[in-house]
Design a protein. Structure first.
Length: 467
């Protein structure tokens, strides 16, 4: 096991950003000029100083998560107990309370414990999952920062009823672990009333930024992930992001380039394309982070802005065969960001066969990992030849330390992009409307007017129906 306390080991596992494919000297007139980047350098420096001031004042708690030693001890102790008690952990959560866990588990889970993430209330898939479980050997981690997410609370009520029937009112309690706000919300009240074991999502940490809190770390620890290494990687990236020079700060540089691509070149879509199946859900996690944080109709002063690129998750080499034609020949409105893994952790050699067939024999003796990386390089170059913007993040390996760096890098880049756009990265005011309408339809007290609004809309919609 690598000792990430040693600087040489950390250096050897550093995630690197190659931004060259964003520049005009690589892709022509669609690329950004160094003059355009330098023209924004002073404002970028002002944003960096403002964020550092907020951080020093304790107003950016997401930056403090890599240092949460007391919380790590609590998570580790509880995870060890749960691993002894059960064979399976099911996470009940949605959005940021699920995508972070999924990202870690897909990339790093060692298979010694079954950890599932139930992130929807689809009765077919959720019912099949519940039917597959031995409730006497299963625990459920209910995750909601607000403690009142309708989908998660509904899942919890279904699970609670089944546990009560299977185990009884006393023995079911140890099968529920709740992760929520430390003071507010219905889940906090339930914990206080019933005494469930619980973990706290720190104040000021919204769901999409919660992956390095108990929301993401507890399921990971149960799955056998070294969460200390995840946080060590995040801390290593944080150290690198203290660089004041824009070209030496990968998060600030990434955010600046994407901001300029949107505002100067009308690149309104950002594709995140890892060349690894283990990072498929990481790309989905990024999509929520970027979309909810930056898509705003007004800035912090109330001025109309309509900022925000549309994030598109993809995975190589699979999506070369489903989406690359669009990236190459479709509208020139995209930035493609690749994640490349130099050493995939294992290799499968392609056997020698059919040497007389030109379309097959050339593959003999190569490795699948080597071929995957060839596919990435070829796709990157093909896009650059068409004048399409690309960036590449390179990981020496995919492990807890490098994944921790990725999480912190993308979170910091999102916060910095929000500062450049002058928007509030922490709220999602438009998305709240759907939640309120759901409350009304479900009959929550105080939201009756929203039910009436939906009923009137449905009546109007029916009157305009065709066929």
């Amino acid at each position: 096991m690598p000792d990430f306390r040693r600087r040489a080991v950390r250096e050897s596992m550093t995630v690197r950003l190659d931004p060259s494919g964003m520049l005009d000297d690589a892709i022509g007139s669609e690329g950004l000029t160094r003059g355009e980047i330098e023209a924004l350098a002073e404002r970028a420096a002002e944003c960096a100083r403002a964020l550092e001031t907020k951080r020093a004042a304790g107003e950016l708690p997401v930056y403090d998560l890599p240092q949460q030693t007391d919380m790590v001890r609590q998570i580790t102790k509880l995870a060890a107990a749960v691993r002894e008690e059960v064979d399976t952990l099911v996470v009940l959560g949605i959005g940021g309370s699920a995508l972070g866990s999924r990202s870690i588990l897909e990339a790093l889970a060692d298979g010694t414990k079954r950890v599932e993430v139930a992130d929807n209330v689809d009765p077919w898939s959720f019912g099949r999952l519940l039917d597959s479980l031995d409730l006497k050997r299963t625990a459920f981690n209910v995750v909601s920062k607000s403690g009142e997410t309708a989908a998660t609370m509904a899942q919890f009520l279904v699970v609670r009823d089944r546990l009560l029937r299977a185990l009884g009112a006393i023995d079911y309690q140890p099968r529920v672990i709740i992760t929520t706000d430390g003071e507010h919300g219905s889940l906090r009240q339930i914990v206080n009333d019933e005494g469930f074991r619980d973990l706290v999502v720190p104040s000021g940490i919204s769901g999409r930024f919660s992956v390095l809190s108990a929301a993401g770390l507890f399921p990971a620890a149960v799955a056998g992930v070294r969460i200390e290494d995840l946080l060590a990687g995040a801390a290593w990236m944080d150290r690198r992001l203290r660089a004041e020079a824009l070209w030496e700060n990968p998060a600030h540089l990434m955010a600046t380039l994407l901001y300029l691509a949107e505002t100067k070149r009308r690149k309104n879509v950002v594709v995140l394309m890892p060349y690894s199946d283990r990072l498929r859900d990481f790309a989905r996690w990024f999509a929520q982070l970027w979309a909810e944080s930056l898509a705003k109709s007004s800035d912090v002063e109330g001025n109309p802005t309509h900022s925000g690129q549309t994030p598109q998750p993809a995975v190589g080499a699979t999506d070369q065969h489903s989406q690359l034609q669009l990236y190459l020949d479709g509208p020139p409105d995209k930035v493609v960001t690749f994640i490349r893994i130099e050493d995939h952790g294992r290799e499968l050699e392609i056997p020698s066969a059919y040497g007389d067939l030109e379309g097959v024999g050339y593959l003999s003796g190569k490795g699948l990992g080597a071929l995957l990386n060839m596919e990435q390089r070829a796709t990157e170059l093909a896009l650059q030849k068409r004048g399409r913007m690309v960036m590449t993040l390179s990981l020496p390996q995919l492990n807890a330390f490098t994944l921790g760096q990725l999480f912190f890098l993308f979170e910091a880049a999102t916060v910095f992009a929000g500062a450049l756009h002058r928007v509030n990265s922490w709220d999602q005011p438009a998305a709240e409307e759907g939640r309120r309408l759901t409350f009304g339809l479900a009959g929550r007290k105080g939201w009756e007017d929203r039910a009436t609004e939906v009923e009137e809309w449905l009546a109007s919609k029916a009157s305009r129906a065709i066929g």
